[in-house]
Design a binder for this molecule. Structure first.
Ligand code: PMV
Length: 341
């Protein structure tokens, strides 16, 4: 059998994608930082044969649930990738972070899968330019799991049509087409694991909450405006405005969930304690730390690389006391997905 392996990172959204229509088309554009140390690695062994067959192993063990999900996804893209009708795929997937860390792995794993499918297409004769290859992978990753489309690129990545970025699209992500201000180029993200339990609302159900949400229209307008402003900020290095938008986006996401029907409160008491400590620390030290949140209780603490010593000392002395088993993951902005072979 032939073998392809891709390592693809997770990403953290600064402007959030929350609400979709049609086939994974976002209701508003989003922008994320790609991470480095939180990644999935997917090895796909493949052999052309009569009919389709899939074996799937997660962290070394056969996993029927993931296998069925992936089989369904591959079936759905068969018209565009006809080689999938006659192939045996043996997939080994693993994450750099523990499965039970409460970190969503769909962005990293589904982007890795999309990249593997595009590499197999290439091995079977579909040669394309590098730019086209990544665009196709991002398109495919979006179909598998929306935010995964941002993970194929490194640095800051935007997904969704916006007047701020001429080449942006609802169908795939693009790396920001300019150099970020040096202040943001070496940014850190320490993920504070407040709870490692599974999320109480799936992202599919979460997005669906926006369909009848009374604030949907203003939310989409706000996200569009925040994205336009954030693009400018990433160029000009205005860190105060960066903090204000990033925290506003995180709290808006949770606010939308709290006043959805049904309603979800995904923050834990310790999430709020840490948020208060972050705002205090920022005031006391003038170090520009800020937070963002996924659709869960864990905190992503963002700070510039040059403040690493003071910030990580504070994390280990104070913040970890509010984390489950004192657990946190020191991550940073990364360079994007990598072909391992
Ligand atoms: O890609 P999904 O369907 O798992 O949705 C991701 C939703 C958020 O993580 C809350 C926001 C985002 O843009 O990543």
């Amino acid at each position: 059998m032939k073998k392809i392996t891709w390592r693809s990172p997770s990403n953290i959204a600064l402007v959030k994608y929350w609400g979709k229509r049609g086939v994974q088309i976002p209701q508003n554009p989003s922008l994320s930082f790609t991470l480095e140390t939180s990644f999935s690695e997917m090895e796909v062994n493949f052999e052309v044969q009569e009919g389709f067959r899939l074996d799937f192993y997660f962290e070394g063990e056969a996993n029927e649930k993931f296998k069925n999900k992936i089989a369904l996804f591959l079936k759905s893209i068969e018209a565009d990738y006809p080689f999938l009708k006659n192939i045996y795929l043996q997939i080994y997937s693993k994450n750099s972070f523990p499965h039970s860390a409460g970190i969503a792995s769909s962005a990293s794993s589904m982007s890795a899968l999309a990249l593997c499918i595009c590499s197999i297409a290439e091995e079977l004769g579909e040669k394309v330019a590098e730019e086209t290859f990544f665009r196709k992978a991002s398109f495919l990753a979006r179909l598998a799991s929306g935010s995964a489309c941002r993970s194929v690129y490194g640095g800051a990545v935007a997904w969704g049509s916006t007047p701020a970025l001429a080449s942006s699209s609802d169908e795939y992500a693009i790396p920001l087409p300019f150099e970020m201000h040096p202040f943001f180029q070496a940014y850190r993200d320490t993920i504070l694991i407040v709870s490692a339990s599974e999320k109480s609302v799936s992202s599919r159900a979460g997005h669906a909450l926006m369909n009848n949400h009374p604030f949907a229209k203003v939310r989409y307008e706000q996200a569009n405006a925040n994205l336009v402003r954030l693009v400018e900020i990433l160029k000009n290095g205005d860190v105060e405005s960066f903090i204000s938008i990033v925290e506003n986006e995180a709290l808006t996401l949770h606010g939308l969930m709290m006043n959805s029907e049904p309603s979800f409160i995904l923050m834990h008491p310790n999430t709020l304690k840490i948020i208060a400590l972050i705002r205090d620390f920022r005031k006391q030290t003038a170090i520009p730390v800020c937070f963002t949140l996924d659709a869960g209780p864990n905190i992503h603490l963002l700070y510039p690389e040059k403040e690493i010593v003071a910030v990580q000392k504070w994390i280990s002395e104070e913040l970890v006391n509010f984390c489950e088993n004192g657990y946190c993951i020191h991550d940073r902005i990364g360079t994007g997905a990598m072909l391992i072979r």
